[in-house]
Write a protein that binds this ligand. Structure first.
Ligand code: KG4
Ligand code: ZN
Length: 363
């Protein structure tokens, strides 16, 4: 069973061929970083236009890399939610046209849910391995540029959201903190690289670790981002005071060493907030007699070096089998779309030609 996956939810045009939901025969990604870097963020209209130009060459590249013809593909999967509406429209239209013209099944896949599947993908061919079914019950964590959420999963079709961010996504906070520090786009990976460079002190600044209420499984990252802004630009005078304008607290002078310390301290606080809620979620499920057997992680921020280490330690402490995606499958890709479509198809999930792009997640 070969599934062609298509992903165009944000600023990557991606196509992939995945065999039996596990073996990645090809994963082609046309990134738009150069289109958006001068703006410091993704410009939706430019993203849609770039997808239109890249979609067919990217699909052809995926087929070519996999060494298969389009006639050998058994089903077409597409990330149809959530995302930028104009961007999603390009991938959904391409997938519907292919499925209709080839007479193959079409499967609309939720992009956020597919991030949870990314840890099941492998680039080494082992057709006998059948990971599906063995990972449940599972605790799921998605940490990306648009989403930060915890899930309880009973199967690939039964998942319940336990909590999510009430403001910024963690990747967004990384990207904005990077801009404040003067690092180039894309911010997250550059902040990570600076934080782990030699000699940085991750305790130089005590950034806030959001906990919210005593039983909350939600996240909040806007306070952390604002704290970074105050560290770099100083604390503004309170507007209710007579002396409007100016700073109440001047920032420490910016040096390369301080920039590195700020990056490391920010990363420590961001990871601590994630681990705090993960522990709380595990304990809650455990106390309810629904102890997770595995931890499924995904999303661009699972590429973060510190978070990967901390997730590995956490899973070991709680005897969880950890499913952390390979680096290339952390950020947006189409292999995770084609991969998740396999168990969905086996569970009877099918879309028809009324499949529409939807800006919000279903999970
Ligand atoms: O999953 P993804 O490709 O897109 C969304 O679905 O949102 O995630 C992109 C996010 C960006 O915010 C990017 O800065 C962040 O993942 N990211 C990282 C790292 N690599 C990517 N954040 C921190 N450390 C990294 N190494
Ligand atoms: Zn994503």
């Amino acid at each position: 069973m070969l599934i062609l996956g298509i992903e165009t939810s944000c600023d990557e045009t991606a196509a992939a061929v995945v065999e039996r939901g596990q073996f990645v025969r090809s994963s082609a990604v046309a990134t738009q970083h150069t289109v958006h870097e001068t703006f410091g963020g993704v410009v939706p209209e430019l993203a849609s236009r770039a997808h239109v130009e890249a979609i067919l060459p990217t699909i052809l590249a995926a087929l070519d890399l996999a060494g298969v013809s389009i006639a050998e593909i058994d089903a077409i999967a597409v990330g149809h939610r959530p995302g930028l509406i104009g961007s999603l429209l390009v991938g959904v239209s391409a997938a519907k046209a292919l499925a209709w013209s080839l007479g193959k099944p079409l499967i609309g896949v939720d992009h956020v849910q597919s991030h949870l599947y990314a840890g099941q993908l492998s680039t080494s061919h082992n057709p006998e391995a059948a990971p599906q079914g063995s990972v449940f019950p599972a605790l799921g964590l998605v940490v990306s540029g648009g989403h930060t959420a915890l899930y309880e999963l009973a199967s690939w079709t039964e998942l319940t959201r336990l909590g999510s961010t009430i403001d910024d996504a963690i990747g967004e906070a990384f990207d904005k903190a990077a801009v404040i520090l003067g690092l180039p786009h894309p911010g997250g990976p550059n902040l990570d690289a600076l934080a782990r460079s030699t000699g940085t002190n991750d305790r130089a600044v005590q950034f806030p670790v959001s906990r919210l209420s005593a039983d909350s499984l939600d996240f909040s990252f806007s306070g952390l981002k604002t704290a970074m802004m105050y560290e770099v630009r100083g604390v503004p005078r309170h507007p209710s005071r007579k002396e409007l304008g100016g700073l109440a607290i001047e920032p420490a002078p910016m040096t390369d060493a301080r920039r590195g310390d700020l990056a490391a301290s920010f990363q420590r606080a961001a990871c601590a907030a994630v681990l705090f809620k993960l522990e709380r979620a595990f304990d809650r499920l455990d106390a309810a007699g629904r102890t997770p057997a595995s931890l499924l992680c995904g999303g661009g921020v699972t590429a973060n070096s510190r978070l990967r280490r901390e997730l590995t330690d956490f899973a070991a402490r709680r005897s969880l089998s950890l499913h952390l995606p390979a680096m290339e499958f952390c950020v947006d890709n189409a292999a995770m779309i084609a991969g998740l479509a396999f168990p969905l198809l086996r569970a009877g999930v099918r879309s028809d030609l009324t499949l529409a792009p939807v800006p919000t997640t279903a999970c």
